[in-house]
Write a protein that binds this ligand. Structure first.
Ligand SMILES: Cc1ncc(COP(=O)(O)O)c(C=O)c1O
Length: 369
């Protein structure tokens, strides 16, 4: 079986480094806060382009707390525009902050927010935009920021899948109010559990969020306001610190493997390959192709030992959880069609050339079967 993601291979390749970091953290009982937490916060800010970082317990809370801080708690009627072609957490974050999600369609080439659809969806109730940088490729941040500036809107980027990606040379969070990442285990930078972070150029925002995720402590048992607990664990920070050092090499390995697939599947009729926009540095969190008869092809691939998957089979606007928002499948035709045709192929830095060739052969035979 060739898995979609192979976390064991990553552990085995750097076992000594991981074990040392982990047992050092355990030995020092630095479970909350501590040197690894502080060190990771600084090192991540440097990696993301020199702004400020607030670490959180997960990406969902990073998004929700950032929106809430920038807009104030909502009453469920004011709107945040986002996409439906995303993991459900994007939508949950908007609702958790007290806002109403409004979905717009995606660009059929990049799978990210369609800027024309965004411009058309802005109303007097719109307060913010939450673009999603899906599969490792950023949305058109120039177009999105132009719409935001025209209407005075806040922009919080969902960069959960895009660690190190860039648009016109700028990483997420460098042109908007903030960008949020997730460190859930299978992400390009994944913890051994949950984790997330907010990255922003606004030092006051980061400082406020650092307080909010830690009970708004003024001192150990004195609290400035009623906040929450959404801290990143010391153990996760210790692991993430090790992984961050390897991330640039892992990203290049992902890009190389994406190129292998492109070559191996270039002349394969019936397979639509992903497109990297000219302005984009794509970090290939996922390598997503489109095919006809998707469910049959996926079944054949899985049957033949290829751990392919779908990200995501049901768009947010068609989820039972979002029924109350009143969308029909056809309201977002590109999103709906893409959700019926996509397949994610195995992609991870340790994927061997042999494995990539096996996957490509299996795809060829499944689409022509
Ligand atoms: C696009 C997207 N947004 C948000 C999240 C939420 O992150 P987390 O699982 O860390 O809460 C994820 C990942 O799970 C995601 O893929």
């Amino acid at each position: 079986m060739i898995p979609l993601v192979d976390l064991k291979a990553q552990y085995q390749a750097h076992k000594d480094e991981f074990d040392r970091a982990l047992f050092d953290c355990i030995g020092n009982t630095r479970f909350i806060g501590g040197a690894d937490h502080a060190g990771f916060e600084t090192e991540l800010a440097e990696f993301l382009g020199g702004g400020h970082v607030a670490l959180t317990s997960c990406g969902t809370h990073a998004l929700a707390l950032t929106l809430s801080e920038l807009l104030g708690p909502g009453n469920g009627t004011e709107e945040v525009i986002t996409v439906s072609h995303t993991f459900i957490a994007t939508v949950e974050a908007i609702v958790l902050a007290g806002y109403k999600p409004v979905f717009v369609d995606i660009d059929p080439v990049t799978y990210c927010m369609d800027v024309g659809a965004l411009a058309a969806a802005v109303t007097a109730r719109t307060r913010a935009i939450m673009p999603v940088h899906l599969y490792g490729q950023m949305a058109d941040m120039d177009g999105i920021m132009a719409v935001a500036q025209r209407h005075g809107l806040v922009v919080v980027e969902d960069a959960a899948q895009a660690h190190g990606a860039a648009w016109n040379g700028k990483q997420a969070g460098l042109t908007s109010h903030a960008a949020c990442v997730s460190f859930s285990p299978a992400k390009n930078l994944g913890a051994w559990g949950d984790g997330g972070a907010v990255f922003t150029r606004d030092g006051d925002l980061a400082a406020k969020l650092r307080k909010t995720v830690d009970h708004a402590r003024l001192s150990k048992y004195e609290h400035g306001y009623l906040a929450t607990n959404s801290r990143l664990d010391g153990l996760q920070a210790a692991i993430l610190r090790v992984k961050l050092r390897h991330l640039p090499v892992w990203t290049r390995a992902r890009q190389e493997r994406a190129d292998w697939y492109r070559d191996l599947l270039a002349d394969c009729d019936g397979v639509q390959l992903p497109v990297c926009a000219e302005a984009a540095v794509h970090v290939y969190h996922l390598f997503v192709i489109q095919v006809d008869r998707r469910d049959e092809v996926l079944k054949t691939l899985n049957h033949n030992g290829v751990g392919a998957g779908i990200h995501y089979p049901i768009p947010a606007h068609e989820q039972p959880a979002c029924r109350h928002l009143g969308y029909a499948a056809g309201d977002l035709p590109v999103t709906h069609e893409v959700s019926q045709r996509i397949i994610s192929l195995p992609l991870f830095p340790e994927l061997s050339r042999d494995q990539a060739e096996t996957v490509a052969r299996a795809v060829r035979s499944a689409v022509t079967a």
